[in-house]
Design a protein around this ligand. Structure first.
Ligand code: HEM
Length: 435
């Protein structure tokens, strides 16, 4: 069982409410640790356990940070969209900029970079605009044939492996596709790809030490520095070129470092998430032959199946971190937030809220109450890569099922390994049989 760094055992676990097993926080502190997926719970299940404590209970995160974890979908939407909550730690988390607050490890890695995700108000609009300009409908549409080719190549490589008894569908299918798509989009030289993949995966591991996270971050940033320098000299017709042109055209042009940090964000936000989205949709469909039949017969679309899959197991269970800009009270729920209080929107918990979704843990591609959900976020920070990701996953899973109509999982879905994380949510390995 993996816990947050420094919390080596579950001894001291307590019953906070009937049926709720949470790990007790520090002596005297009393709030539970947010453990993320472990051998005995998924992120959604942890979300539901926390839900029994209220719409936004206090939890402890790695590094001793106490945060309100928001598991109620309505409150999550209102906080994500409203002006009272910021993602900018430097401006809205007292002590962070001054260095009087000690934050390390995974939380520091997520909030320490100045990029679109970690900004607020006008600053956010300026940093996001070049990214949105580089992920336009035109570029996403232009990518569709490229994605088809990439998927075709990866399927041929699978074929080339012969007829192995079992194959890991993450390593040989879900993982190469988003990495090749992002590499193509950015124009990353192929020789940098393995370093990218390893370092990006390290950034999502909430059980990694502060040193390991720092090392992963450094490796990715070094590669991106090179990309920015060459794009400044020769901006090409790729995402980096678009980003450089849009950034130069803005009222306050971005520095090389700011550009690099936006690229870092796109890579981190766009690869591991899509790997999990492909893997999870495969698991949901192969694990539910009745639902797969609805899709293959055309009674439900692959897009609807993806929405439902993202609802049930969003690739990002929670994205660190937001802060209350001022003291305020949410009128609907009555929840009160103190100025500077850290807030973690728990997408996995909100997406399986029993008051919003009937039988929330059930995978139903024709869900009567709809599969509208928070997997891509909500409000000004809503994922600008959602259309690209949807196109990638739909093409990848559709073509896989066309090529291997008799494919099946080699182990039960509940036995598949998951990242020990409250951020990254999916499967690290999916043993499958192709025929
Ligand atoms: C299925 C795959 C994906 C999922 C589930 C996903 C999910 C998310 C979520 C939850 C957020 C944070 C929203 C918030 O805090 O309110 C986000 C932000 C972001 N995503 Fe995605 N994402 C995916 C794919 C992509 C792709 C393919 C790209 C780009 C190539 C991308 C780029 C970004 C960026 C740049 C942000 C930050 C936007 C901002 O803060 O303004 N994402 N994504």
């Amino acid at each position: 069982m993996t816990l947050a760094p420094g919390h080596e055992s579950v001894e001291g676990a307590r019953e906070d409410a009937p049926g709720i097993l949470l790990t007790a926080g520090p002596p005297g502190g009393g709030c539970p640790y947010l453990r993320g997926a472990t051998a005995d719970q998924t992120n959604s299940q942890e979300g539901q356990r926390l839900r029994a404590l209220g719409p936004a209970p206090v939890v402890e995160l790695p590094g001793g940070v106490q945060a309100r974890v928001v598991v109620d979908p309505g409150l999550a939407e209102r906080l994500s969209a409203g002006p009272h909550v910021s993602r900018d730690a430097a401006r809205h988390w007292p002590g962070f900029r001054e260095g009087t607050r000690s934050v390390d490890g995974i939380i520091a890695a997520w909030i320490g970079t100045h990029n679109a995700l970690n900004s607020y108000g006008e600053d956010h609009r300026q940093l996001r605009a070049p990214i949105a300009a580089a992920l336009t409908r035109r570029r996403v549409e232009a990518m569709a044939p490229v994605i088809e080719l990439i998927v075709h190549d990866v399927l041929d490589e699978l074929n080339g492996l012969g007829a192995p008894e079992k194959i890991d569908l993450v390593e040989f299918y879900a993982l190469p596709i988003p990495h090749r798509v992002i590499t193509h989009l950015l124009g990353v030289p192929a020789q940098h790809l393995p370093a990218f993949s390893a370092a990006a995966a390290g950034l999502f591991d909430t059980s990694a030490s502060a040193e390991d996270v720092g090392r992963s971050m450094g490796a990715v940033l070094a590669i991106l520095d090179q990309l920015v320098v060459s794009a400044r000299e020769h901006p090409e017709d790729n995402l980096v070129g678009d980003l450089v042109r849009a950034a130069d055209a803005s009222e306050s042009p971005l520095s090389d470092t700011e550009l690099r940090d936006q690229l870092m964000l796109i890579i981190i936000a766009g690869t591991e998430t899509t790997v999990h989205a492909i893997g999870t949709l495969l698991v949901h469909l192969l694990g539910h032959p009745d639902q797969l039949a609805l899709v293959t017969s055309g009674l439900a679309s692959m897009e609807a199946a993806l929405r439902e899959s993202l609802r049930l197991r969003p690739p990002i269970a929670a994205v660190p971190l937001r802060f209350a800009v001022r003291q305020f009270q949410d009128a609907r729920s009555g929840e009160r937030f103190e100025e500077g209080e850290p807030i973690l929107i728990h997408l996995a918990g909100a997406n399986t809220d029993p008051e919003t979704y009937a039988d929330p843990e059930h995978f139903d591609v024709q869900r009567a109450d709809g599969s509208r959900n928070l997997a891509f976020g909500h409000g000004p920070h809503v994922c600008p890569g959602a259309a690209l990701a949807t196109s990638e996953v739909v093409i990848a899973v559709t073509r896989f099922l066309d090529r291997y109509p008799d494919a099946r999982l080699a182990v039960a879905p509940e036995d598949l390994p998951e990242p020990s994380s409250f951020i990254s949510n999916g499967y690290t390995s999916i043993p499958g049989r192709l025929a």
